[in-house]
Write a protein of this length. Sequence first.
Length: 125
Amino acid sequence: MNPQRLFIRATGLALVISAAAMSPAWAASHQGGHGTHGDHGKPTAPAASSGMTDGEVRKVDREGGKVTLRHAEIKSLDMPAMTMVFVVKDKAMLDKLKVGDKIKFKATSDGGKLTVTEIASGKGL
Ligand SMILES: [Cu+2]
C-alpha cells in the first residue's frame, strides 16, 4: 500500500472523529444549563397544598359527570392556564359545586382523558 495514501485516509478519518466529538460536548453543556435553571423551581408560586391547582367552576354537568373549570397552570400536566372540561372521578364530587365557586383541585391524565380526582372548596377546608 502507498504510505502517502494511507496518511491522507487517516487524516480524513481524524477530522470526522473530531467533528463528531464536538456535537455531544456542545449538547452536554447546553443540557446542563437547562438543568441548573430548572432546579430553582417556583419561588414566587403561592404555597398550594400538595400539588393542587386553583380553579373556578364555570359549568357543572351532573348527569355527564363533567365540570368546566377555568384553571391556573397545571405543571404536572404541562398545561397552561385555560378554561376546559374535565371528567370527574366520582359524580358525587359535583354535588357540592356550583358555578362561580373558587376551588382547588387535582387532575390526572387518564390515557389522554383529563380527570379531576380531588376537589377542595375554599370553605370546605
Ligand atoms: Cu386545561
